[in-house]
Design a protein around this ligand. Sequence first.
Ligand SMILES: Nc1ncnc2c1ncn2[C@@H]1O[C@H](COP(=O)(O)OP(=O)(O)OP(=O)(O)O)[C@@H](O)[C@H]1O
Length: 271
Amino acid sequence: MPEINVEEALAGDSANVKSFNNSIIDVENLNLWYGESHALNEITLEIPEKQVTAIIGPSGCGKSTFLRTLNRMNDRIPNVRIEGSIVYDGINIYEGDIDVATLRKEVGMVFQKPNPFPKSIYENVAYGPRVHGVNDKTKLNEVVEESLKNAALWDEVKDRLDASAVDLSGGQQQRLCIARALAVEPKVLLMDEPASALDPVAMSKIEDLIYELKKNYTVVIVTHNMQEAARVSDYTAFFHLGELIEYSKTKKLFENPDKRMTEEYITGRFG
Ligand SMILES: Nc1ncnc2c1ncn2[C@@H]1O[C@H](COP(=O)(O)OP(=O)(O)OP(=O)(O)O)[C@@H](O)[C@H]1O
């Protein structure tokens, strides 16, 4: 296995990413341990605003762990220790008194398996705004309609908003979960393999949707599927064994990677 040198991986080519004028999240020297196990090692990268950034890498390399650090979802896991900084909107989210509920409102998350509440379609989307104090019925109706439209689901459900969310197809449930995340007006959407549990048609709808979402939102997506990363993302970060090996424009990373390890991974020689 070639030796990993992150400095080298990120140096030397203009298509490699060092910093953005428009970064919305700046991660610096991030380390994460589960007990004694060092799962993320000195990760430094910037996430550009209103772009899609894909995180790829073999199973267990830390993709989901990294994604969860961006809105402090790892807080819920016992024995996690984090060092380094993640600056969102000018504030280090690991320092001082951060209101985690507000952070997660702005940096929302969509999981691999659609997880709608066992409630109506309407209630699923209205839930978040209600929690954040929106009670006016007209306003809630507007938010529900707008969010379902933005998640490309409105036309399929507008005549049955009172129907149970769990009776929707898997792909519709996932778009409902995206609508639910959008309803609280996030700036960033974290997506952990959002299409991997879906059939190819539903997957393609989610991919089209991600492309639309970046007009208004920043998207960070974890995926096992390299074709998907190549189709939907502007930038791609390749992780291996908890290290960031290469971070570039997606086209560059897939067509002309700097690191041999990246090339071996994207050509299917390991992983
Ligand atoms: N809650 C946890 N407690 C202890 N170790 C964990 C926990 N979650 C993940 N790990 C370990 O951290 C490492 C990174 O896991 P993570 O799930 O982030 O990888 P991944 O790249 O997302 O993997 P996959 O593609 O299989 O989902 C792995 O070694 C994993 O076993």
